[in-house]
Every structure is written in structure tokens, then in C-alpha cells.
Design a protein. Structure first.
Ligand SMILES: Nc1ncnc2c1ncn2[C@@H]1O[C@H](COP(=O)(O)OP(=O)(O)OP(=O)(O)O)[C@@H](O)[C@H]1O
Length: 569
């Protein structure tokens, strides 16, 4: 498998692009876009974040290295789930300074990066290095930095990806105090990662409190989260079915919608090590296919990285704007005379009502508000400082970025989603694979779903009672996407394929995860094709997400309303 991935990477490097000139041009566009994105962020967003102390409530300001950093894959899991071995499997070798064992072994975060020579850089040095994207980690303190390192090694896979190995999350009596804010550290990496792999061991599925904390940080990042159920060949097929069901059930207790997270089954054991003594082979074929799918999924990461980064900054800008409104609003409620402290306490007690008022007054998206309990908790970091007044100059600058700069940057990416460069931030486009290969995702899902639905007693075909597309309730097409449809329609079936639809939906710059959700919603029969009304509804949802800054649920609801359908989407 490691060879497969290496071969795939080599293939990526060798695949001839239309012409070297075109490749250079694509690379130039992407580099320029990233550089302009850095400028917009520092000019229009960072001042707003600084003024309203955004980092105390959300996350530290972005550095230029954060924006242009190589795509990152974060590995998370309880101890001994095989994270370090998983990396060895993909890289073909162990990374410098790695430890593998039955007991908790990796006691630190390790960034595994490309380097001509094997090298270990201690956390303190890495956090001040200008050419590494880890300056923001200094905020986590000395104790954390002593538990962080960069391991460099020469490996073709690392040309396009950086892996973060993390300390094994401990369970039960093994849980210890780490001496630094573990949740904050995980959040820092999760926010900057392009994919988060959550590893589970098919032998032990217990989810400790610390692991729950780590999973809770993933909320809102479901689109880039993948679950890997590892060591699957250590159990029989029958046991695997049970373990899989138990995993989904356990996940359901900590993740609101575990079904949207893709689960890969596998046993990631390096070819360089002696073969495992006890391995069941009744699931060999399934595991091999699953491992290939994960490889494919990972291979697409660099392609989507530039768009994802832009989307992350768009999301961050909206949150920073809402945060400014909240701070300004609380400040406006403070009395000129009398006890501010007392008033602040009353405001904090009714924070949910204040948030609702603000949302209504400025027509803000609910999803851009922080959780009010978390907001209240973070207020203690202000240490008696007053909330700043609302400065419309700063808010307008951020609005301008949202309304003009970001869409302009987004337009520079090829309208064909599959044209997103392979190494958008690090190198030229070399592959024509479609990152939104719905067909592939559908096949993966379908392969796994029967087992899960059988266990969970779900009748997939009849589980669409709320879906308007299931009722055939959709009426005349009323949106303006008929032209796009006519360009991609297959005249024989009167439908449009997933790749053609994805190209059009990609115009609205949504994350692949969101696009997949929209797709799954309109393609309720899992046919892999859309008729005109389904296509136009999908386009309209994406458009609403982009323009009106609605959340997915709200966008679906609005399309629902526009189509005159009663009920909930
Ligand atoms: N696919 C696999 N099948 C069977 N055993 C495995 C597999 N992968 C790893 N192991 C075994 O599991 C143990 C833990 O592996 P490893 O150290 O890679 O896990 P880890 O998650 O990195 O641990 P930690 O969190 O403590 O750093 C080792 O004994 C390793 O040999």
C-alpha cells in the first residue's frame, strides 16, 4: 500500500499536463492568489480580530506561513491505535524520533515534514522558525513546546503533505495531566489541517473523557474528518460487523451526525515489518478496497487545499465580524454610571437572548456565533478589560473583503473544480482527477451502508419521508440555472452527471464536504445523476450558502420555502 501511495504520488509528478506553459501559468495564479489572500487578511481582517481580541474567544491571528502552509493531515486517536505505525505504512519508513509500542509511546505532537536529510527540530526552535508554519504554537507555552517537534525526512509523499502525529489519548486510570491545554493544542492543529484522521482500534473502542474533548473540537470540521477503524484484520468478519456498529453508536454519542463522517476500515501494517502473526483474511478484499479509497481521498488533499484555505478565511471573517457586533453590543449595554460589573453579570446571564437580538437586528447567520457558554467562559481572559465599542470602519472593511475581495480571489480558480491544482500552494497542477468524485464517494458509502443500516435497523430507501425530491413535489424550475443544465445534460436521459454538476456547484466555492451534503440531499435515490429541478435546487442551495451566508440547514429551508413545500427539509 505504501508502494501504491508512492506510485500514485510519482504518477502525479509524471502525469503530463496540457503543456508546461499552462502548468507554469496555473502555478503562477495560485501563488499570486495566496499572496493576495495574505494581503487581504492582514489589511482587512487582522485589525478587526486584534481590536476585538478574537484570539481570546476563537483562535490566534493567522500568520503568512499559516495561509501558505503545505496541506496538513492530523492523526488523532487513543493510545496504541496504531497512529505511528499508520504513518510508517504510508511513508514506507519510520520517521526520525518515532516510537512504536503497546503502551503509550508518542508523548508529543510531531510534525512530519519533507527535508533533504533526516532531522529532528525541537518545538522551541520550530516555533520561532520563519520558514515553518508553527509560530502560532508559542501561545501554548513552554510546556507544550517541550512536547512538540518537527521530524524531517526525504519522502516523495511529504512533498505535498505534512503529517501531524499526536500523543496517544489516554483512557481510564491512565489519564494524566499534561501540563498544557491539550484541547487548545488539538484545536490549533484541527483548524489548520486539511484532513483529520480519527483512528480507532477494532479491539478497544472505549472513548475516554480526553478523547471526547478531542472529538468535540472537531465540531464544525466534519467535512474534513475521516474515521479510520484500524487493525480490522485482528478480528473476524462477524466481530468486525459488531465493532463497526458499536463504533457508529459510540460516535453518535459524541458527534451529532456521525453518518456524515466517512469511516474507512483497514489494517495499516507496514510492509517493512514482519507480517502479523494472527490475521483473519475473511475481510481481506474489503480492507484492501477501503485502504485504496483512503489513499485516493488523501491524494486529493493538495488539490483542494487552496480553495479550502480561502473558505476557512471566509468563515473566520464572518465569525470575527459577528464577534465584533457582540462585543460592541455588550459595550453599548454598559451603564455610564453605576456598576459595570453588575450589569455585565446580568448580560452574561441572558447572553442567549442578546445573541438572538443581534442576529435578528443585523441579519447574521446563527452558525457564525460562538456557543454562548464558551463565550461567557472566555470572558474571564479579558481580565477586567472593557469590551471595545463597535467600529463600523473595521466591520465594513471585513464586509468589503467578504463581498468583493474573496469572490474575486475565488473567481481566479478555474471554474472546473477538477482544475484545482494538485499542489495549489506548493506546486503545479498535474492531475485531472475530479476531487468531487461523487461516484467514488457513493460507491464507498454504498459498500458500507448496508452493513450499518442493517445493524442500525435503518431502511435507507424509505428514510426519505421528509425529502421533497422523494415526493416528486418539485415543481417547475424557477431558478436561472437552465443554461448551465443544458450545457451538461445527457440528451438521452435528460439528466446531468455528478462530475458536470460538481463543476457547476464548485463555482460557489463550497467545501467538498458541503457539496457532498447538498448533492446527497437532492440526489435522494443515490442515482449519481440529477434531473433539471434537482440540479437547479442544488445550485440554488450553493448560491444561498455563498451569497447570503446562510447555514446549510437554512439554505435548504429557504429553497424549500421558495418551492412552496410545507414542512422541514
Ligand atoms: N495494523 C495493525 N495491526 C496489528 N497491530 C498493530 C497495527 N498497527 C499497530 N499495531 C500495534 O499496535 C501498537 C501501537 O502502535 P503505535 O505505537 O503505532 O500506536 P500509536 O497510536 O502511535 O501509539 P501512541 O498513541 O502510544 O503513540 C504496537 O504494538 C503496534 O505494533
Amino acid at each position: 500500500m505504501a508502494t501504491l501511495l508512492r506510485k500514485a504520488t510519482q504518477r502525479l509528478d509524471q502525469t503530463s499536463s496540457p503543456s508546461e506553459v499552462a502548468v507554469d501559468e496555473t502555478e503562477r495564479i495560485y501563488r499570486k492568489t495566496v499572496s493576495d489572500l495574505q494581503k487581504v487578511y492582514h489589511k482587512k481582517i487582522a485589525p478587526l480580530e486584534r481590536t476585538y481580541m478574537f484570539e481570546k474567544f476563537h483562535s490566534e491571528p493567522l500568520t503568512n506561513q499559516d495561509i501558505s502552509a503545505q496541506p496538513m493531515v492530523l492523526l488523532l486517536g487513543q493510545y496504541s491505535t496504531g497512529k505511528t505505525t499508520f504513518l510508517e505504512y504510508f511513508l514506507g519508513h519510520s520517521y526520525p524520533g518515532s516510537h512504536v509500542g503497546i503502551e503509550p509511546t508518542t508523548d508529543r505532537f510531531v510534525a512530519v515534514m519533507q527535508g533533504e536529510e533526516a532531522q529532528v527540530i525541537p518545538g522551541n526552535t520550530a516555533a520561532v522558525s520563519n520558514d515553518l508554519p508553527f509560530k502560532g504554537l508559542s501561545h501554548l507555552g513552554e510546556k507544550f513546546l517541550s512536547r512538540f517537534q518537527v521530524s524531517r525526512m526525504d519522502n516523495p509523499l511529504l512533498q505535498n503533505l505534512t503529517f501531524i502525529d499526536s500523543p496517544g489519548i489516554l483512557s481510564g486510570t491512565k489519564q494524566v495531566t499534561r501540563g498544557y491545554d491539550f484541547g487548545k493544542a488539538i484545536r490549533w492543529f484541527v483548524e489548520r489541517s486539511d484532513m483529520v484522521l480519527l483512528l480507532f482500534d477494532s479491539h478497544k473502542l472505549d472513548i475516554s473523557d480526553e478523547f471526547k474533548l478531542a472529538i468535540s473540537v472537531l465540531r464544525g470540521h466534519e467535512d474534513k474528518t475521516r474515521v479510520v477503524l484500524n487493525k480490522c484484520n485482528q478480528v473476524s468478519q462477524q466481530e468486525l460487523m459488531r465493532v463497526y456498529g458499536a463504533l457508529m453508536w459510540s460516535l453518535g454519542r459524541v458527534v451529532p451526525t456521525p453518518e456524515v463522517i466517512r469511516v474507512y476500515l483497514g489494517s495499516f501494517w507496514p510492509a517493512s515489518r514482519p507480517p502479523l502473526k494472527h490475521a483473519f483474511d475473511d475481510t481481506k478484499e474489503l480492507l484492501s478496497q477501503e485502504q485504496k479509497d483512503l489513499l485516493e481521498d488523501m491524494r486529493l488533499i493538495p488539490k483542494n487545499a487552496a480553495i479550502r484555505r480561502l473558505n476557512q478565511i471566509v468563515k473566520r471573517t464572518r465569525q470575527a465580524t459577528v464577534h465584533a457586533y457582540i462585543c460592541g453590543h455588550i459595550r453599548s449595554l454598559m451603564p455610564t454610571f453605576g456598576s459595570k460589573e453588575k450589569k455585565l453579570k446580568t448580560v452574561m446571564d441572558g447572553l442567549d437572548t442578546e445573541f438572538a437580538k443581534l442576529q435578528h437586528k443585523y441579519n447574521l447567520a446563527q452558525g457564525d456565533f460562538s456557543d454562548h457558554a464558551a463565550f461567557k467562559h472566555n470572558c474571564k481572559y479579558l481580565k477586567g478589560k472593557e469590551f471595545p465599542r463597535l467600529d463600523m470602519g473595521l466591520v465594513n472593511a471585513a464586509q468589503e473583503a467578504l463581498n468583493a475581495d474573496f469572490p474575486e480571489l475565488m473567481r481566479r480558480f478555474p471554474s472546473n473544480v477538477s482544475g484545482v491544482p494538485t499542489a495549489s500552494l506548493n506546486g503545479p497542477q498535474r492531475s485531472s482527477h475530479n476531487p468531487h468524485d461523487q461516484q467514488l464517494q457513493r460507491q464507498q458509502l454504498q459498500r458500507q451502508l448496508p452493513a450499518y443500516s442493517a445493524m442500525a435497523n435503518i431502511d435507507l430507501k424509505n428514510n426519505d419521508s421528509h425529502n421533497p425530491f422523494a415526493k416528486g413535489a418539485i415543481l417547475n424550475s424557477q431558478y436561472r440555472f437552465a443554461q448551465e443544465f443544458s450545457h451538461g445534460v445527457d440528451p438521452e436521459t435528460g439528466t446531468i452527471s455528478s462530475s458536470a454538476a460538481a463543476q457547476n456547484m464548485g463555482r460557489w466555492g463550497q467545501d467538498p464536504g458541503v457539496m457532498k451534503e447538498v448533492w446527497d440531499y437532492v440526489d435522494w435515490r443515490c442515482e449519481g445523476r440529477l434531473d433539471q429541478v434537482q440540479f437547479e435546487a442544488a445550485m440554488r442551495i450553493c448560491q444561498l450558502l455563498f451569497e447570503n451566508r446562510l447555514e446549510l440547514g437554512q439554505a435548504k429551508q429557504q429553497v424549500f420555502n421558495e418551492l412552496g413545500i410545507q414542512g422541514q427539509p
